[in-house]
Design a binder for this molecule. Structure first.
Ligand code: HEM
Length: 420
């Protein structure tokens, strides 16, 4: 049975139909899930039986994954291919619009193919300017320092996830969208609940509705009083103009794509460095290594586990394997980024590893739009933690750190640390 005759499945259901050992990092939280590791040596493209009896195709080779993400026969259009079992590119639990769900698709360019995708993508790329990124760099430093100082002022222990890793990207998105200071507390509260898949579903739906309303008011405010921010820029630059629904969708896409990803990469990176003291010491001795270390941590940790996927629009032969039309193709990023044809000794974390392109931010037309911003947040976040808290260490044994095994975006639920 292929995905063509598989029962229709929502993205959330997809998480349930993936064999759990493909998502669980049950031995080392920094290595690919055991189910992926067990498939090593079985080919760069493998049929993957799903829990519902359907078959998807798993891509574990670097070159083959680049083909999937660059070849137009692999579609990201989830509306056109509703019948195929498909995953969302990021965590399945992006903030939801209340009603009507169809309207959400207006600006959800993540799930569009060219040429529909191209216009929104171009408009947004034009807003991620070097000048705006430079300005954000100094704000990221201020936000990072403020949060570390607040942790120190409150005692000598903290959970790095709520105290640092979650608020940093959330406040950076506030800066990007131009959210007023007075509204940031509400914004952060709604975002945290709306993106927390362990929260009570009713509470979560309420928070998503609040967030949607918040974005609608923000768009109205930017139309009335434009400022020097991304939303005002989109309102000003788009010709023909974007609708309010498109603008709200774009704001929600940026939040959904840029918040949980960066927060998890940040906390898991710090955890990995604490567990690899020689690598941490190398960074302390030579902070100039930080940019390369961030790339290596992105490659080594590959937190978007099986979240990058496509649907074939025609029969395709990939890596010598025939894939039918209408099939779901899943890029197994944790394995792709450890392809031994691409990196020597790929399972080793080495902050001095020579730079070489990885697929943690994807590839092709949907390649991460926020990667420059994510890099800034990770470089500054890690640098400030390492230099301002030289005694940083875990307060519990590493095996007691709760990991996000059930999630498409991997990471830790909490990271209790001390620095004295
Ligand atoms: C460590 C942090 C991040 C990681 C690992 C990450 C990873 C990715 C990946 C793998 C894709 C491609 C998905 C696909 O091809 O299906 C993607 C797309 C995207 N990312 Fe990120 N991302 C991160 C941070 C951010 C940030 C900070 C933002 C913005 C504030 C952002 C905005 C986006 C958007 C808008 C897309 C969709 C682009 C398109 O469809 O054209 N991401 N990201």
């Amino acid at each position: 049975m292929t995905t063509e005759d598989a029962p229709q499945s929502s993205p959330t259901a997809m998480r349930q139909i993936i064999p759990i050992d493909l998502l669980e990092r049950d031995q080392c939280p920094f290595d690919p899930p055991s189910g992926l590791r067990a498939r090593r040596g079985q080919g760069a493209v493998q049929p993957l039986p799903l829990n519902n009896g359907a078959t998807a195709w798993l891509v574990t080779g670097f070159e083959e994954a680049r083909t999937v993400l660059a070849d137009p026969r692999f579609s990201a259009d989830k509306m056109r291919h509703r019948d195929a079992t498909s995953l969302q590119p990021h965590e399945v639990d992006a903030p939801a619009a209340p009603e009507p769900p169809k309207e959400r698709e207006d600006g959800f360019f993540v799930f569009m193919d060219p040429p529909e995708h191209t216009r929104l993508r171009r408009l947004l790329t034009g807003q991620f300017t070097v000048r705006r990124m430079k300005a954000l760099e100094s704000r990221v430093t201020e936000i990072a320092v403020e949060h570390i100082e607040a942790m120190k002022a409150a005692g000598d222990e903290a959970d790095l996830v709520p105290a640092f890793a979650l608020p940093l990207p959330s406040l950076v998105i506030c800066e990007l969208l131009g959210v007023d200071y007075a509204d940031r507390c509400d914004f952060q509260k709604h975002t945290a609940v709306s993106l927390d898949s362990s929260a009570d579903p009713e509470e979560r739906a309420l928070a998503s509705a609040e967030l949607y309303g918040f974005m609608q008011r923000l768009v109205a405010q930017k139309r009335a009083n434009p400022a020097d921010d991304l939303l005002s820029g989109l309102i000003h630059d788009a010709d023909p103009p974007l609708t309010d629904t498109q603008l709200v969708d774009v704001a929600l896409v940026l939040l959904g794509a840029g918040h949980e990803t960066t927060a998890n990469q940040l906390s898991l990176s710090m955890f990995a460095l604490l567990e690899n003291p020689d690598q941490l010491a190398a960074l302390r001795d030579d902070p100039a290594l930080i940019d390369g270390a961030v790339e290596e941590l992105l490659r080594h940790l590959s937190i978007i586990q099986l979240g990058v996927n496509r649907v074939t629009t025609a029969p395709v032969t990939l890596g010598g394997v025939d894939i039918p039309a209408g099939a779901t193709v899943i890029v197994a990023t944790p394995e792709v980024n450890r392809d031994p044809r691409q990196w020597p000794d790929p399972d080793r974390l080495d902050v001095r590893r020579p730079r070489s392109p990885h697929l943690a931010f994807g590839h092709g037309v949907h390649q991460c739009l926020g990667q420059q911003l994510a890099r800034i947040e990770l470089q500054i976040g890690l640098r400030e933690l390492i230099t301002r808290l030289p005694g940083l260490r875990l307060t519990v044994p590493a095996e007691k750190i709760p990991v996000r095994n059930e999630m498409l975006i991997f990471g830790v639920h909490s990271l209790p640390v001390t620095w004295t």
